[in-house]
Design a binder for this molecule. Sequence first.
Ligand code: NAD
Ligand code: TDX
Length: 354
Amino acid sequence: MSAIEKTILVTGGAGFIGNHVVRRLVRNYPQYKVVNLDALTYAGNLENVADVADAGNYSFVKADITDLEAIRSVFAVYSPDVVIHLAAESHVDRSIEDPLLFVKTNLLGTATMLQVAKEAWQADFSGKLFYHVSTDEVYGSLGTEGFFVEDTPYDPRSPYSASKAGSDHLVRAWGHTFGLPVVLSNCSNNYGPYQFPEKLLPLFINNIRHLKPLPVYGKGINVRDWLYVEDHARAIDDILHKGSVGETYNIGGHNEYRNIDLIHLLCKLMDKKLDRREGTSANLITYVTDRAGHDMRYAIDATKLKEELGWTPSLKFEEGLDKTIDWYLDNEDWLEGVTSGAYQAYYDKMYGGN
Ligand code: NAD
Ligand code: TDX
């Protein structure tokens, strides 16, 4: 194995996006040591990173980002040069059920990570970087026109997006006040393998598999801008290596769908793949009460990332969706594993057991 050039601490590396970031760094950069720090909440699963668990340049540490002493010890043991901070509570519906958990994890957790990084690095900030991974939801909700750019004013509207917006402000404050080298990115909706089946696509794929109702919120006319998760991980890699300290980069695929159109496309593809009569999956569509405060439209303008760092999405949506459906159908054990136990109680509470 080559000598270690730097140590990268990834928080939330056992979650959906984190596992793709960890896998990419471990495989593409043998000269980096990658430390995956995760509390393994319901959303974190070590199976997501099982294929890199034995790599010589990888370690896992179970710790909670809100636990100051635990994070101090992780820094003392591993002396990271870079933090890529993904750990968060990430599901909007859960933030409506339990907002204080989101405030704790996303605000206190981020402040704790920032403070410990500052303590550890302040003697010499050169070569150090705190990279904060955030969301387009901080910008609020769009009408039919326009896109979010990096200086769109913040207007978060759910406890989730407000806690992420607050965490972005904390990161900039540590950068401005203490000189901590920070960089941020705000990405649109991700989809792909290993996403917890509380989010739209894996939930609906799983329900179609089991011929269960597909709960469409409101009229299904809300618009999301979808990006394949590996394209997000590649953007994070580009920003880590080529981005400028103090900057923010928006990441998105210019790939907007109304929920109901996306769901019909999914239903059509799944009927074919499961060899079912056309219309079988669409018959499962059930309109349910809308999400409280449901943002109407998100759409990212990623021109800065394209022009400054040369990043563009690699996959067309139809291709990404096809790969994604195949992955969930080929990984039934994973789906069964994460939907056993507490998942059923969550599902019954949210969707009344349908
Ligand atoms: P996820 O919910 O799948 O994973 C979150 C991970 O963080 C889990 O592994 C969980 O165990 C861990 N975690 C939670 N609380 C923790 C704590 N207190 N201490 C340590 N670890 C903890 O989320 P995701 O979809 O992978 O999102 C990752 C990041 O990207 C989040 O910050 C999210 O806001 C952001 N983001 C997500 C999307 C998306 O579409 N999923 C889009 C843009 C930005
Ligand atoms: O059962 C459902 N029915 C439904 O109609 C679910 C779970 C969702 N929806 C709708 C709500 C949204 O308009 O589908 C859309 C997508 O919903 P989610 O998958 O919950 O994603 P969203 O709320 O858009 O947020 C996601 O993208 C931004 C991630 O969960 C966030 O972590 C990320 O920051």
